[in-house]
Write a protein that binds this ligand. Sequence first.
Ligand code: SAH
Ligand code: SF4
Length: 371
Amino acid sequence: MKINLLSHSLNELIVLFEQIGEKKFRAKQLFQAIQTQGLKSIEDLSTFSKDLRQKLSELYTLDRPEISVNQISRDSTQKWLLKLADGNEVEAVYIPETHRGTLCISSQIGCTLTCKFCHTGTQRLVRNLEPHEIMGQIMLARDAIDDWGLINQERKITNIVLMGMGEPLFNYDNVAHALKVLMDPDGMQWSKRRITLSTSGVVPMIAKCGEELGVNLAISLHATTNDLRNILVPLNKKYPLEELLDACAAYPGVGHMRRITFEYVMLKGVNDTPEHAKRLLYLVYGIPAKINLIPFNPWPDAPFERSSNNAIHAFAEILENAGYSSPVRTPRGEDIMAACGQLKSESERPKRTLEAARETATLNLMDLFQD
Ligand code: SAH
Ligand code: SF4
């Protein structure tokens, strides 16, 4: 199989070129063509001789994932179901807004974690994505919305969030590799301030992520007691709230200008009362933070309901009165199941209905935890 070069760093390309007796500056030309012009095929690189193009094309490729399904929501959110070279599928979502655009990408096919409110969590982990498949989602999105060749300020995609399928800190090496290439000053020069990595709380990897990548950190918090979080986000049993919040407080660079984002999904009757809001304030006290309230996005057979608008606004008001910015995230792309936590490879759906039903049954236990 040909080696995909989409996420090769400049140094890696230089080594490849040395091996085939080619000059360093050629490697840089190729790197820039891939990263800044969106070169799709080595054959198209007209500054290279025909021989060299042919030699490279025999061994290497710049293929993006293939689009299996392209859906555009009523609110213009665009979701791509992408087929990878081995036939597995992942999803990426583009969310255009006024003066900005966010691309949400996946880090794994499925997820090992089983957060109870998350659709991806009902799909088992198939495998980690390779660096070129992570980068491939960005390349493909830029191709699809014609976002190449523009200077930074004019890009349609201004922000990249790792909030799609999978737990990025369980695929750290591949995610880090792709993000470093994305931020390379000779390439796309993506600013670390415009990249957000969301984690369900893999505590031992948090400091490393801050030190090596320096990207924004989002934490999927969702509960204010260990008892409830153990159920909603089972990883909490391994890394409880105290350890998670200590890691956030110590996140490199965090301060007035750089806040941690806490994501909090609003589940009716489960975590949405004023008492929960007050406990949340107590938990994040002392950590420069933003709190994103995410109205629960339903999926078939989901064992939860979205909190009422009144409950969400009362919750937000308590946070805001305490001085926190706590925007309520407007669900985007709901009609095409592209909203947070709804992502799941289409091909997985039919196989898992029995299992989903079983999960729903066990979740009646949740009643125990309503205050
Ligand atoms: N695995 C990482 C990255 C995925 S991010 C993480 O969990 O942080 C996806 C975000 O959407 C997370 O904050 C997740 O908790 C949230 N989410 C999952 N299912 C959801 C749902 N059904 N409705 C709203 N938000 C959901
Ligand atoms: Fe995995 Fe994140 Fe979904 Fe939890 S919320 S199951 S960690 S993708």
